[in-house]
Design a binder for this molecule. Structure first.
Ligand code: ADP
Length: 258
């Protein structure tokens, strides 16, 4: 199998050709998965081979954002990612029913992440985006251990409360010598669809403050945009459903800067 490496089917270890980004946030609901999904499609549009490992074990939403209902198939002991809109996807959500609680503890989570890296036939990816659970929990720690050369992207809203908790994630990365690719401020301002006036619904400056606090670049500011939300709910990434939307333009620019 192509892409085979010392860790099993794949090798994302140091020296691997795949650039791994772990997308984190301090708390849930800030748009981490929405940004991950659309960044992935933007990177595909640049001609890159892209995968998403949805490691948000409790709040997984990648299958829904890509409108995927089918489970991955296994081939010779390896799971094949499900492909949607050109992105190779693997998610806990493929293996549990929507109404089923996920009650895994640390060691099980570690094993699951390890299997998603080793027992999935990712092929030769240029970029793997890992959608982390919010906060600084077990999954993030496992990931730091399993993919030591991953770079962190921290998503926050401009609100001080979101920015402060996101700062902990940034600090954890620094303490573990994980490189930080940068900060994405999401839900930056609301742009009126009729008069185009910009209103800072969740305040302003949180992304910049976070970037300064963790000494990382501010990669971009993505406005609150009904088209981004509607596309996500409909299971088609806005990068495809609403390519002209203001939020999508911003996400495309962030993908270019990665
Ligand atoms: P997280 O992964 O951080 O929990 P999600 O990506 O699931 O957050 O986003 C939470 C909700 O906010 C979703 O309904 C999503 O469509 C919506 N959302 C995310 N970003 C934006 C945005 N920039 N504008 C409008 N709605 C957004």
């Amino acid at each position: 199998l192509r892409g085979a490496g010392p860790r099993g089917a794949n090798s994302f270890g140091l020296g691997s050709a795949t650039q791994v980004y772990a997308v984190a946030s301090g708390k849930g609901g800030v748009g981490k998965s929405t940004i991950t999904a659309n960044l992935a499609v933007a990177l595909v549009r640049q001609g890159k081979r892209v995968g998403i490992l949805d490691a948000d074990v409790w709040g997984y939403s990648i299958p829904h954002l890509f409108g995927v209902r089918r489970a991955p198939v296994a081939l010779k002991g390896l799971m094949l990612p499900v492909e949607a809109f050109g992105v190779a996807l693997m998610s806990v959500g493929f293996f549990v029913r929507d109404d089923e609680p996920v009650v895994w503890r640390g060691p099980m989570l570690h094993k699951a992440i390890e299997q998603f890296l080793d027992d999935v036939y990712w092929g030769e990816l240029d970029v793997l985006l890992i959608d982390l659970p919010p906060g600084t929990g077990d999954v993030t720690l496992s990931l730091l251990e399993l993919v030591p050369d991953a770079a962190l992207i921290v998503v926050t809203t401009p609100q001080p409360a979101a920015q402060t908790v996101a700062q902990r994630v940034g600090r954890m990365a620094r303490d573990s010598r994980m490189p930080v690719a940068g900060v994405v401020e999401n839900m930056s301002a609301m742009i009126c669809s009729s008069c185009h006036e910009s209103t800072p619904l969740f305040g302003a400056g949180g992304g910049q403050r976070l970037a300064e606090a963790i000494a990382a670049p501010l990669l971009g500011q993505v406005p609150l945009d009904i088209e981004l939300r509607e596309a996500g709910d409909a299971g088609v990434p806005a990068m495809i459903a609403a390519p002209q939307a203001a939020s999508v333009t911003q996400i495309r620019q962030i993908a270019t800067s990665l």
